[in-house]
Design a protein around this ligand. Sequence first.
Ligand SMILES: Cc1cc2nc3c(=O)[nH]c(=O)nc-3n(C[C@H](O)[C@H](O)[C@H](O)COP(=O)(O)OP(=O)(O)OC[C@H]3O[C@@H](n4cnc5c(N)ncnc54)[C@H](O)[C@@H]3O)c2cc1C
Length: 466
Amino acid sequence: MVKSYDAIIVGAGPGGIFAAYEFKEKCPDMKILVIEKGRSIEKRQCPKRITGVCAHCQPCSITTGFAGAGAFSDGKLSLSPDVGGNLPEILGYDAATKLIHESDEIYLKFGADKSVYGVDKEKEIREIRRKAIGADLKLVECPIRHLGTEEGYKIYSKLQKHLEASGVELMFNSPVAQIHISDGKVTGVTTEKGDTFNSDRVIIAVGRDGADWFKDVCIDLGIETKPGTVDVGVRVEVRDEVMQFLNENLYEAKLIYHTPTFDDKVRTFCTNPSGEVAAEYYDDNLAVVNGHAYKAQEFKTSNTNFALLVSKNFTKPFKTPIEYGKMIAQLSNMLCGGRILVQTYGDFKRGRRTTDERLCRNNLIPTLKDAVPGDLSLVFPHRIMVDLDEMIQALDKVTPGIASEETLMYGVEVKFYSNKVIVDKNFETSIKGLYAIGDGAGVTRGLQQASANGISVARSIMASRS
Ligand SMILES: Cc1cc2nc3c(=O)[nH]c(=O)nc-3n(C[C@H](O)[C@H](O)[C@H](O)COP(=O)(O)OP(=O)(O)OC[C@H]3O[C@@H](n4cnc5c(N)ncnc54)[C@H](O)[C@@H]3O)c2cc1C
């Protein structure tokens, strides 16, 4: 017999977890099923963390499983609605602020570090802003709570136990393949294994990993979408000393630049003081670069890494932002045998390949050990190369040393922002009872807004039942 639920959540990332949590907090009797493509959190193990080499697990333990892309993330919670998604546009600024505060309280309840970076250093922040203004950079103020990779993992482990104890059914290793619709209303889902579950409320919270699948679903079901932004660029690695003032006072300096030549938006993103550059792999073994930092002293490195992302919004007839980003990453993978490319800024400026020999004598040692020395100009369009170079020169005025010969640039960092699914303020799509939230719907881009989005969609559904 096909089982029925009050709500089905597809995807157990922060969005799905916080939706399930909110349902059980407010309506403990609701029958909730969470269907997740990846493994339960205790079974999520990335072999690369031990061997240093990616084993191309299917599905990837870094991006799938309980806690989604959040489980091994650096766990930087952005406490401002200005960062990490479009909740303010959909819900209004005040409502988004309140939700972010509420989801933050849940992280604190489950053990998040109480300290917040970027709130008590007014004098120092004014100094950073003054330099940023001098370089035509905008400093976005965003207090940060840093979970750290290992503490974040523990917090999500506690959340998994809590959901299980509250009666939420968690089904792992079960990618959802189909969404069923009848008379314009959702009726249930079927997994790849062929198991069907019924519900007239289905939340799609599949993150970036599931965005391709959901895009196809939207086409099949006629759900309206609009092209998302393409964010593509590099991860920059420098010594901690170069970023020390910014790291100590802001933890994460969010700086935005509109480049002089092309007027493109370039921003810094996801800074990891004393962190490591990491490769992450998507379903088709596509290697893209990322970074994280451990909280524990013994895992800290002497380098800071951060992303430099060029944001492009294309117009008609373009409608495939994810494919565009993937094609650029594929080019880099093709040149590097499926691994991440690294180039020194000195070689980048001169337009020549970084060789093994030059990397070996570079003053700065890469933290991503299996990165392949190469030439980013064979990967990026000219326009993106110019944007990155101009941004590095502007940043050098705020924190001198970034534009040094030894600075490392890893490619390709790409953020797969899905096409934005058109949703109303309840996050309901044009199909009645079908809700789309989080990164996979193009609504959010970070842990805190994805979590807040989970809370808000659960509330919308509970309100619609009463
Ligand atoms: C390495 C890394 C570091 C990051 N660091 C930070 C950070 O420091 N701060 C920050 O704010 N953000 C960070 N992020 C981004 C953050 O992790 C995401 O914004 C957030 O996890 C999005 O939450 P979500 O619930 O929308 O999706 P996800 O966390 O991606 O979860 C979606 C889940 O859906 C599952 N799924 C996909 N398709 C299906 C399907 N068909 N059926 C069933 N399940 C499916 C996936 O397996 C996944 O578990 C990082 C991301 C990565 C990869």
